[in-house]
Design a protein around this ligand. Structure first.
Ligand code: ATP
Length: 508
C-alpha cells in the first residue's frame, strides 16, 4: 500500500513522463508555481472545458457565454474590493528567509492535531475490533474531546483575528502554539503583514502609478462589467446567466501541491442574475446542479463533499465549496457563492452608470442579485487525472499503469496500430485512421511490439486500441481492445466508429 504522498509523487511524475503537465520553462530550472500543459494535457483540459461549456451554455436556454480581456480598467479592482482587501496574511522566518501564509501555518498545526485524533481512532479500532463504534468514540473519548476543543479554540481565534485585521494576534497565536518553520525548525518570526495577491504591470510606455493595471485575479469581474451589454444585446430576461472561462493570476505566497495552487491558472465561472429575495432558492439549485456535473464524470460521490464556509465574505449571504478528495486530502475544487448585489452595485457606484434591470413581471427596477459558480480548471484536471491514475497487477504477474479517464474526456479516443511494420499493414491502418480522424482524435503508431504500444496507450488513458493484422487485409476486420478490461474483440472496420461513439455518449 503506497501512502498518499508517494502516490501524489507518482502522479506528478506520470503527468510529466506522458506529456500531460510540464514545469514551466523547465530548461531554465522552472518557474515556481507555473506549469505548461503538454500534448495530452491540453486535450484533457480542452475536453473538461468543453464538458463545462456545454453543460452551462448549450444545455441552458438562459445562459450565454463571453470572453472578456484579462486586462481591465484599474477601477474595476477598486470596485470589486480586490485593491483593498484581496490580501493574504504573510509571515517570514528570519532564519530560513522563507515566506509563509500565517493562516496556513496555523491550519497546518490544526491538521497535526487532527492527525492525533486519527491516531487515537486507529489505536481504538485495533483494541475494540469489530465492536468499535467510531462516532461514539469521537464524541466521548476524553483525549479526543480535548483535541477537538483545542482545534475549535484555535480556529475561533484565528478567524476572528483575521476578520478584525488583528495581525499581531495572529502572530501571538503562532508563538503561543509554538509553531516552527517547517524548513529550519526556527521560531524566529517577523510580524504578520498583509500581502496583496494581485499582479500589477504598466499600461503603455509610462511607468507612472496612474498607468498601473492588474492581471485579473478572477474572471468574474469581466462578467459583471459586461452585465448591461449582454443583458441588452442578448435581450436576456432574469433569471439568466453569463459564463466565462479563462486565465486568472494570483501571486500566491505559498504555491505548492503541483497544479492545485498556481500563480497563473484557469477558472470557469458562471454568474447567475436573479431577482432579489430569490437568491437562496437559486443557490440551492446551483449547488445541486454543480455536484451533478462533477458526478457526471463518473467519479463516485464519496470523493466529493460540500463544505460550508466558516467565514462568509461581508457581501455574501451563503457560500459552499465543493471539495474533492485530492491525493493530499479533501480540498476546495469549486465555490458556489451567493454574492447579493454587491458587485453590480459597486460597479454602478464607481462607474456612475446605471446597472439595473426592469422586471416586467413585478413592474419594478432593481440591481440583480448574483449566485456564482466558480471552478478551477486546473484543479478539475488534477481531480480527474489523480482519480484515474491506477496501478494494476495483472494475472500474468506483470504490472501496468492505466489512466482510467472517462472516455469522453480522454485525450485520445483510439489508437490505430498495425501489428507489424510491413506487408501493407501500415497502409491499411492509415486508411482506418483517415476514416476516423474527422470524428475522433486518434493516434497512429507502428514502432515497438504491440504489447508495449498497448501499455503506452493505457498510460495516457486511450479507451480503444485498434490493431490491424494480416487477417484485416483478407476480411476487413480488426481487433479492438478496451482499455479497462483489456478484452479484445474482432469487429468489422465499418463498426469501429459506432463502438467508439457508443462509449462517449452518456456523460454529456
Ligand atoms: P483557496 O482557498 O484554495 O485559495 P479560493 O477560495 O481563493 O481558493 P476562489 O477565489 O473561490 O478560490 O476561486 C474559485 C476557484 O478557482 C477555486 O475553487 C479553485 O478551484 C480555483 N483557484 C483559486 N486559486 C487557485 C490557484 N492559485 N491555482 C489554481 N486554482 C485556483
Amino acid at each position: 500500500m503506497v501512502n498518499n504522498e508517494d502516490r501524489f509523487k507518482k502522479i506528478i511524475a506520470h503527468a510529466k513522463e506522458y506529456g500531460f503537465v510540464f514545469q514551466s520553462s523547465e530548461i531554465y530550472d522552472g518557474l515556481a508555481a507555473t506549469y505548461d500543459y503538454g500534448q495530452y494535457g491540453v486535450e484533457l483540459k480542452n475536453n473538461i472545458k468543453n464538458y463545462w461549456w456545454k453543460s452551462m451554455v448549450q444545455y441552458h436556454e438562459n445562459i450565454v457565454g463571453i470572453d472578456a480581456a484579462i486586462f481591465m480598467h484599474p477601477t474595476t479592482w477598486k470596485a470589486s474590493g480586490h485593491v483593498d482587501a484581496f490580501n493574504d496574511p504573510m509571515i517570514d522566518n528570519k532564519d530560513s528567509k522563507k515566506r509563509y501564509r500565517a493562516d496556513v501555518l496555523v491550519e497546518d498545526h490544526i491538521a497535526k492535531i487532527e492527525g492525533k485524533i486519527q491516531k487515537e481512532v486507529k489505536k481504538a479500532t485495533k483494541r475494540f475490533g469489530e465492536s468499535f463504534d467510531e462516532q461514539q468514540f469521537l464524541s466521548t473519548n476524553p483525549r479526543v474531546l480535548k483535541y477537538q476543543e483545542q482545534i475549535e479554540s484555535i480556529k475561533k481565534r484565528l478567524y476572528s483575528s483575521l476578520e478584525d485585521e488583528r495581525l499581531d494576534d495572529v502572530k501571538g497565536l503562532i508563538e503561543e502554539l509554538g509553531i516552527v518553520d517547517p524548513v529550519s525548525g526556527s521560531r524566529n518570526w517577523t510580524e504578520v503583514r498583509q500581502f496583496n495577491l494581485m499582479f500589477s504591470t504598466q499600461l503603455g510606455s509610462l511607468s507612472e502609478d496612474a498607468n498601473k493595471i492588474y492581471l485579473r485575479p478572477e474572471t468574474a469581474q469581466g462578467i459583471f462589467v459586461n452585465y448591461m451589454n449582454v443583458q441588452k444585446t442578448g435581450r436576456m430576461k432574469i433569471p439568466f446567466g453569463i459564463a466565462q472561462m479563462g486565465k486568472a493570476f494570483r501571486n500566491e505566497i505559498v504555491a505548492r501541491q503541483f497544479i492545485f495552487r498556481m500563480r497563473e491558472f484557469e477558472q470557469m465561472e458562471m454568474q447567475f442574475f436573479v431577482r432579489p429575495g430569490e437568491e437562496l432558492k437559486w443557490f440551492e439549485y446551483w449547488k445541486e446542479q454543480r455536484m451533478k456535473w462533477h458526478l457526471g464524470m463518473g467519479i463516485p460521490a464519496s470523493e466529493y463533499r460540500f463544505h460550508e464556509h466558516d467565514n462568509l465574505a461581508h457581501y455574501a449571504n451563503a457560500a459552499f465549496d465543493i471539495e474533492f478528495n485530492f491525493p493530499m486530502g479533501f480540498k476546495e475544487l469549486e465555490g458556489i457563492h451567493s454574492r447579493t448585489d454587491f458587485d453590480l452595485k459597486s460597479h454602478q457606484d464607481h462607474s456612475g452608470k446605471k446597472i439595473q434591470y426592469f422586471d416586467p413581471e413585478i413592474n419594478e427596477s432593481y440591481v440583480p442579485y448574483v449566485v456564482e459558480t466558480s471552478i478551477g480548471l486546473d484543479r478539475t484536471f488534477l481531480a480527474v487525472f489523480s482519480y484515474a491514475y491506477t496501478e494494476e497487477k495483472l494475472e500474468d504477474g506483470s504490472e501496468r499503469v492505466v489512466l482510467k479517464i472517462p472516455p469522453f474526456l480522454a485525450p485520445i479516443k483510439a489508437a490505430v496500430l498495425p501489428l507489424v511494420k510491413k506487408d501493407g499493414l501500415p497502409e491499411k491502418a492509415l486508411e482506418i485512421f483517415d476514416g476516423l480522424k474527422y470524428d475522433y482524435l486518434c493516434f497512429y503508431e507502428e514502432k515497438d511490439s504491440i504489447g508495449k504500444r498497448y501499455r503506452r496507450q493505457d498510460a495516457i488513458g486511450t479507451p480503444y486500441c485498434i490493431t490491424v493484422d494480416h487477417k484485416t487485409l483478407e476480411d476487413n476486420t480488426v481487433t479492438i481492445r478496451e482499455r479497462d478490461t483489456m478484452k479484445q474483440e474482432r469487429v468489422g472496420i465499418d463498426k469501429i466508429s459506432e463502438i467508439i461513439g457508443a462509449r462517449l455518449k452518456g456523460n454529456q
